[in-house]
Design a protein around this ligand. Structure first.
Ligand SMILES: C[S@@+](CC[C@H](N)C(=O)[O-])C[C@H]1O[C@@H](n2cnc3c(N)ncnc32)[C@H](O)[C@@H]1O
Length: 241
């Protein structure tokens, strides 16, 4: 699965370096037919929205002043900056991403936006450079499908959350069948298709890791072509440690 990681880093590194200061609307799948995400008006924060998400996890995260929030696969930082408004000066938001160019771009955006209660760390979700029991909310937007080892990803989320802390994750899962030839296509992995896990298995995995109060908060079709062929849907899921 080293090839998957390298293909993902290349794809998102290119997007981070090439796209201008406006949203590219390219979507996680690289398809222009994906629905736009229902963000509230973003104002200046729009520079951090590269159109790569598939939900709005912060809408469900109940982020409060003073909290420590961790965004997995933070990209150019859009969800980090949205959460930074809620945690205030006494809280902080950490963005984690394995693609260097994304981290660079997110740090530049933080400077441009004069947002100082955020930090961006280079690292992988499967072994996060984050202390155990230190996070109130883990959020993530269209990223876990890209992780080859999902059991380890959810075990890491469990490790870093404080007892009573929650994750709120928007992601792509499948309600149909993804053929083996698609599963082994690296480009389709990087495009958020080939790594989409079966919805029921995804929910069962989260339960197995030990999360309580596991909820499917929303579900909607993601992309017409892929929805029809493989039953891919965008979900937002919550679980509590
Ligand atoms: C589809 S983009 C989503 C970016 C952002 N969440 C947004 O909504 O704009 C996926 C991001 O996750 C990062 N990523 C993918 N797999 C990762 C992993 N295993 N560890 C850390 N970051 C990862 C990629 O580098 C990329 O920036």
């Amino acid at each position: 699965m080293v090839d998957v990681k390298n293909t993902i880093k290349q794809k998102y590194g290119k997007i981070a370096s090439e796209v201008g200061n406006t949203s590219c609307g390219c979507s996680c799948s690289g398809s222009e037919t994906s629905p736009s995400i229902d963000y509230p008006p973003l104002g200046d924060l729009g520079i951090a929205n590269l159109g790569l998400g598939c939900g709005v996890p912060t809408d469900h995260a109940d982020v409060k002043e003073g909290m420590t929030v961790l965004d997995l696969g933070s990209g150019a930082g859009i969800d980090v900056f949205i959460a930074s408004k809620s945690v205030g000066v006494t809280g902080r938001v950490i963005g984690l991403d394995m693609t260097e160019q994304m981290i660079t771009r997110a740090r530049e955006n933080a400077l441009k936006l004069h947002i100082s209660n955020v930090e961006f760390r280079l690292g992988e979700i499967e072994h996060m450079p984050v202390d155990s029991n230190s996070i109130d909310r883990v959020i993530s937007n269209c990223v876990i499908n890209l992780v080859p080892d999902k059991p380890t990803a959810f075990a890491e989320i469990y490790r870093v959350l404080k007892p009573g802390g929650s994750f709120i994750i928007s992601d792509l899962v499948t309600t149909g069948t993804i053929p083996q030839e698609v599963r082994s296509d690296m480009e389709l992995w990087a495009g958020c298709v080939a790594g989409a896990m079966d919805r029921q298995e995804y929910m069962a995995l989260i339960q197995r890791v030990g999360f309580k109060d596991v909820q499917l908060l929303s579900e909607k079709p993601y992309d017409q072509t892929f929805s029809k062929a493989f039953g891919i849907v965008s979900v937002t899921v919550k679980g509590t440690k």
